[in-house]
Design a protein around this ligand. Structure first.
Ligand code: G
Ligand code: G
Ligand code: NA
Ligand code: MN
Length: 251
């Protein structure tokens, strides 16, 4: 069996699982939600990381099936919580393939309706790279947003795109890449760059979540800049659904 067909079976048989990394409100340290991170446990105890199987899914026409399988896993894991606390939103990673697909939007809507979960409880997280196929994607994003989803840009600052695209898309949140949080501890020069990113996000009315936070020093610096959200090992590693719910109750 090739790895691609094994992945197809894993998707069909719901053998993908999800870990949840908390996203906190930097102002008060409270749980705001989480990013859903896909995991594939192959037979024989091997865990394959999304860095490997997401590109594989994209290259073999399975990208949207994968995204929808992760969505179903989130709804199975956290449906009760999302119905009771829709403000603790879960970020679902999506790809350009999903936005280009004719069926993704309707399948997303149908799954949420059947689960009784509000669109605002599932934020859609995508990378700058996913926005490249501009015209097709802009209309799709606008429609998803009109239906109540919030849109976040992941790994911001690592792409090669010009900043002007931010103005052309309707977005809600910028997730600043870990490399910039790393720089807060060390390099004054790069910290300056993060300052400019924060300023630009402000001027575009975007919320900011800093990723890869590993120290209290970084939290202090970001909070002083008015950055709203944070994610990283300083708060928590990615957790099982149950551990995530416990973590949220304690925070
Ligand atoms: O969890 P980990 O550090 O291995 O994640 C690696 C990368 O894979 C991250 O950039 C994350 O955004 C991405 N990723 C995790 N889960 C998913 C998913 O369900 N779909 C997509 N498209 N990307 C994911
Ligand atoms: O590309 P994306 O930003 O979605 O990557 C998320 C991945 O980064 C997750 O798989 C997670 O395991 C990892 N990650 C999250 N927080 C931290 C952190 O504070 N430090 C490090 N080294 N990795 C992190
Ligand atoms: Na992501
Ligand atoms: Mn991320």
């Amino acid at each position: 069996l090739s790895l691609a067909s094994e992945l197809r079976e894993a998707i069909a048989n719901e053998r993908l699982s999800v870990e949840y990394q908390p996203i906190v409100d930097l102002a008060d340290g409270r749980c705001r939600g989480a990013e859903a991170l896909a995991r594939w446990h192959r037979e024989g105890d091997e865990t394959i990381r999304p860095d490997v199987f997401v590109p594989l899914a994209e290259d073999t026409g399975q990208a949207t099936d994968l995204t929808l399988a992760i969505l179903r896993a989130i709804l199975r894991d956290l449906g009760d919580n999302l119905r009771a606390h829709p403000e603790q939103a879960i970020n679902l990673n999506i790809t350009g393939h999903d936005l280009a697909s004719d069926r993704f939007g309707d399948a997303l809507r149908k799954a949420l309706r059947e689960a009784g979960v509000a669109p605002s409880a599932i934020k859609l997280e995508l990378t700058e790279r996913s926005l490249l196929n501009e015209d097709a994607i802009r209309a799709r994003l606008r429609e998803l947003r009109r239906r109540g989803h919030h849109i976040a840009i992941d790994d911001f600052g690592t792409g090669y795109s010009s900043l002007s695209y931010l103005e052309r898309f309707e977005l809600d949140t910028l997730k600043i890449d870990k490399t910039f949080a790393d720089a807060i501890a060390h390099e004054a020069v790069t910290s300056n760059v993060i300052g400019h990113i924060i300023e630009m996000a402000r001027s575009l009315n975007l919320q900011i979540v800093a990723e890869g936070i590993e120290s209290a020093h970084q939290v202090e610096w970001l909070r002083a800049q008015g950055v709203e959200g944070g994610q990283g090992y300083h708060f928590s590693r990615p957790l099982s659904a149950e551990a995530f719910l416990d973590w949220c109750r304690q925070h």
